[in-house]
Design a protein around this ligand. Structure first.
Ligand SMILES: [Fe+2]
Ligand SMILES: [Fe+2]
Length: 193
């Protein structure tokens, strides 16, 4: 498999880990323990500033070259591109609400936070699965070296601020929680009969 597709798949797995963390915080809204709004805001910041901008831009360049080679993908490409816009909109809306809560500028019913968060996470997961299941395989098969060279020239190459070589200051809390959730998982596996 092309290294570019392998990377996109890896990024999808990373995004899913973050969405799982986010879902875990949303679960707390129904209990006694308060969710960590700073953690949720940082996750959303990453998803809207890295995933939406850098990852989606790369995909859209890939999909546009794919469309040039095979017009039968038109409907699927139009669909996932529209999903990118929807995800950006939902992400901006959720980020703004979380940011307002942290800054004390807004009081809102817990159900509204949960509804906004769940809509975001389910929409994002469905989108990741759709790309994994269809367009990535086609791009891997159909695009040639020349296409991949053009895609590289046309797209941003920004370092990943959480899963890359250097973790940006803002994301230390997210990284701590990711490490904790991995070790919790390890414990569960070990304890299972
Ligand atoms: Fe995408
Ligand atoms: Fe993607």
């Amino acid at each position: 498999m092309r290294k570019e597709i392998v990377n996109l798949r890896k990024e999808h797995a990373n995004f899913k880990r973050l969405l799982t963390l986010l879902d875990g915080q949303l679960d707390l809204l129904n209990g006694e323990k308060e969710p960590n709004y700073q953690l949720m805001t940082d996750i959303l910041y990453y998803m809207t500033q890295y995933a939406d901008l850098v990852h989606h831009q790369k995909e859209e360049a890939i999909f546009s070259h794919l469309l040039e080679r095979d017009s039968s993908v038109e409907k699927d490409v139009a669909e996932v591109t529209q999903q990118h816009r929807t995800i950006e909109k939902y992400g901006a809306n959720f980020f703004e609400k979380l940011d307002d809560i942290i800054n004390g500028q807004r009081i809102m019913p817990l159900q509204e936070i949960e509804r906004t968060g769940r809509l975001y996470s389910t929409t994002y997961r469905a989108h990741l699965n759709q790309e994994n299941n269809n367009l990535f395989g086609l791009a891997n098969r159909i695009l040639n070296d020349e296409d991949w060279k053009k895609i590289e020239i046309e797209t941003l190459s920004e370092p990943d601020p959480i899963f890359g070589e250097a973790i940006k200051d803002r994301f230390h809390l997210v990284c701590d929680q990711l490490a904790r959730s991995s070790s919790d998982k390890g414990k569960q596996v070990w304890l299972a009969p």
